[in-house]
Design a protein. Structure first.
Length: 687
């Protein structure tokens, strides 16, 4: 398969010194996150959008660590070695199916995490699943100053989709004139299903920036051309036998012709004085604009000559978001007794999908017979407040409350010009309290406890997005209940100057979990997907994270983490094949064990090397765990992969880096096959 992405990301940011001052003054941007007593102090030239004063689990990585240790072609690569996180990246440049999973959320639940860039929403809450992933492509690796992650719904400033994790990309701004250029080449050796091939790709980027007085600006352009391994496989049942559940027909056996132009815009204005008052206003809009997907009804080679097919159009689909917040410090200083944050947020989502049957030429026809049309809108309006209270020496508490109004309207389904079904509007209100507590037991040891309620509203696609083809059907449900979860964690953090350890016990209890399950209906000879509420899912686990610098010898750094999660379905009125067949089963796509490690060594001031490892135990894709073999198309398998990267600074301006991902060439799956052993090399110029 061949993919091409040509985004021209041009962002011009301004900072007025009369209203703001540098983020965390005069600290070195290259320093890692440092654990300090009652909170996490994140050093860098740009302030994080995450509420770092909340005593809960936070992790971060800096631009320097990404450049030295990770073969990063896309922004999501920065998360590769974070505790409990996995991004389902199928190939270089995959920004449309790269789902972020977390402690108690699998790679089928994209709507259970929140991804931001400088406080601007990147997550796509039009739907839930592989086709509604964050807009990773709006941030390039060269723009990243730092990435911060908060685990769990412990901040009132974020909607219920934050139940899994909150990711904030902090982009960099220059302090003087800068010019950068990078050329990269990558290659994958593929050997699978009796097919051997080599797939290549290139990436070219350029950046310019400057700071003139109180104004800073940054321009970045990035072009990526890549070829990826086959992702789908046609299957058929043996002759004279009924279709088997493992023989899943593929819609559009020939690769569809897809064209999309989806402009996104975002603006953030904020102050960062750390005095009595600070404020922030953020607005963003993402419009699908022109989005068309063409598929053939016949298989190759006949499909290459035209013939019947379908055209799916998603024009007029998109979302917009607005938020405004203020931070009040009654004592006039960041270390005062109280720090109060409050704000208002509003988000609007619009879905419109039309599918036409093309009788003559699926490659070029623009008009056809209506097969199905769906659409609808959802709106969320929220007020929130949270207070950090230093109520005693060595003690800190954070109390928060989020009040939310959610409305769904204008929902409809149409399968022909004369067959339309319209759904009644819904209007609901919800409250989500939060609390966190920390105790500084010793100078280098802190205990933290957090608890929070999250309400994840059904997405507009889950409510109204019914679609159907000759061999598949997605059944929506306009009466879906919101997903309500209570998450808690207890952590011990220990700091030894050059190393730090965190051990966290976590639990999550989710009622009416929103989940979409696909099964094969032999009578209909089709894949049937239905979104439903799963009664209750309980997850209990432990996460351990360690970071050490200059261990044993100067220049050696080790980061390692491991997570155990026992996530099981405890209540469910629905079933897959017979009543009760999902009870006490493992939550799909949530493995019991996962771990990662990154070891780096600075040979000299100019040369460094890094070696990474990632592991996941067995997992399932079905609610009743009826798919024990994950090493197959549509399966989800265990994996153990290793990566390596070497970087050398040739002189002040020029550097070269190279590496290998999946060094041990492990063949593993998450519905689609992951890339096999892949080679990377890049040449970079910095001025």
């Amino acid at each position: 398969m061949k993919f091409q992405r040509t985004p021209l990301a041009i962002a011009i940011f301004s900072a007025l010194s009369a209203l703001s001052q540098p983020a965390l003054a005069q600290s070195q941007a290259s320093e890692p996150a440092k654990l300090v007593a009652d909170t996490v102090t994140i050093y860098g030239s740009q302030p994080t959008s995450l509420p770092a004063f909340i005593p809960t689990s936070l992790e971060g990585i800096t631009r320097q660590k990404i450049e030295s240790n990770i073969n990063a072609t896309d922004s999501e690569d920065a998360l590769k070695y974070f505790p409990s996180l996995l991004v389902r990246k199928r190939y270089v440049g995959d920004y449309n199916h790269a789902v972020l999973s977390s402690r108690a959320s699998g790679t089928g639940n994209s709507a259970r995490s929140a991804v931001y860039a400088d406080g601007i929403l990147l997550s796509n809450y039009l739907g839930n699943g592989a086709t509604y992933t964050p807009r990773w492509g709006l941030v390039t690796p060269e723009e990243i100053e730092r990435v911060d992650v908060m685990y769990g719904p412990f901040s009132a400033a974020y909607r219920g989709n934050s139940a899994g994790a909150i990711v904030d990309f902090v982009t960099r701004m220059p302090k003087s004139f800068e010019a950068h250029a990078k050329v990269g080449f990558f290659s994958q050796n593929y050997d699978f299903y009796n097919q051997k091939a080599t797939y290549h790709g290139t990436q070219v980027s350029a950046s310019l920036g400057n700071k003139q007085g109180d104004w800073s600006w940054w321009l970045n352009a990035n072009r990526l051309d890549t070829e990826g391994q086959p992702l789908v496989f046609g299957t058929r049942a043996p002759r004279a036998r009924a279709p088997a559940a493992i023989g899943v027909a593929v819609d559009g056996a020939i690769g569809g012709l897809g064209r999309s132009n989806a402009p996104g815009h975002g603006l953030t204005l904020k102050s960062h004085t750390k005095q009595t008052w600070d404020w922030e206003v953020a607005a963003s809009m993402y419009d699908y604009g022109s989005d068309k997907q063409r598929s053939a009804s016949s298989a190759p080679p006949a499909a290459y000559s035209g013939g019947a097919g379908t055209l799916q159009i998603q024009d007029d689909t998109g979302w917009n978001a607005f938020s405004a917040k203020a931070i009040w410090r009654p004592d006039g200083a960041a270390k005062g007794t109280h720090t109060v944050e409050f704000g208002v947020q509003r988000e609007n989502y619009t879905l419109h999908i039309t599918k036409l049957g093309l009788a003559n030429n699926w490659q070029s026809d623009e008009a056809g017979t209506l097969q199905n049309e769906v659409g609808g809108k959802t709106t969320s309006t929220a007020l929130y407040a949270q207070d950090r209270w230093l109520f005693a020496p060595q003690w800190q508490a954070v109390l928060g409350l989020r009040l939310e109004n959610w409305r769904a309207e204008d929902g409809y389904t149409r399968f022909s010009a004369n067959n339309a079904l319209r759904y009644a509007a819904r209007d609901n209100n919800y409250a989500s309290p939060k609390a966190a507590l920390s105790y500084q037991w010793q100078e280098d040891t802190v205990f933290k406890a957090s608890i929070g309620r999250a309400v994840r509203m059904p997405t507009v696609a889950e409510l109204y997005g019914a679609t159907a083809t000759a061999n598949s059907q997605y059944i929506n449900d306009p009466h879906l209940a919101p997903e309500k979860s209570v998450t808690a964690e207890f952590s011990l953090e220990k700091d030894w100057n050059n190393s730090a350890l965190r051990a966290t016990l976590f639990t999550e209890n989710v009622h009416d979990s929103l989940y979409s399950q696909t099964i094969f209906d032999a009578k209909a000879n089709a894949n049937i997907s239905r979104v439903q509420n799963v009664g209750r899912i309980q997850t209990n686990g432990v996460e351990v994270s360690y970071n050490g610098k200059d261990l044993f010898v100067k220049g050696l750094e080790i980061s390692a983490n491991a997570t155990y999660a026992d996530s099981r379905i405890k209540e469910n009125a629905g079933f897959v094949s017979k009543p009760g067949d999902t009870i006490d089963k493992q939550q799909p796509r949530v493995p019991r064990w996962r771990a990662s490690s990154l070891i780096s060594y600075q040979f000299s001031a100019d040369t460094s090397a890094a070696f990474g490892m990632r592991y996941s135990s067995n997992q399932y894709s079905t609610l009743n765990n009826s798919d024990p073999n994950g090493f197959a198309y549509q399966g989800a398998s265990r994996y153990f992969t290793t990566d390596v990267r070497v970087r050398h600074q040739i002189n002040k301006q020029w550097s070269v880096a190279g590496g290998i991902d999946n060094l041990n060439n492990y063949q593993y799956w998450n519905f689609h096959p992951y890339p096999q052993r892949s080679y990377f090399i890049e040449l970079k110029y910095d001025h």
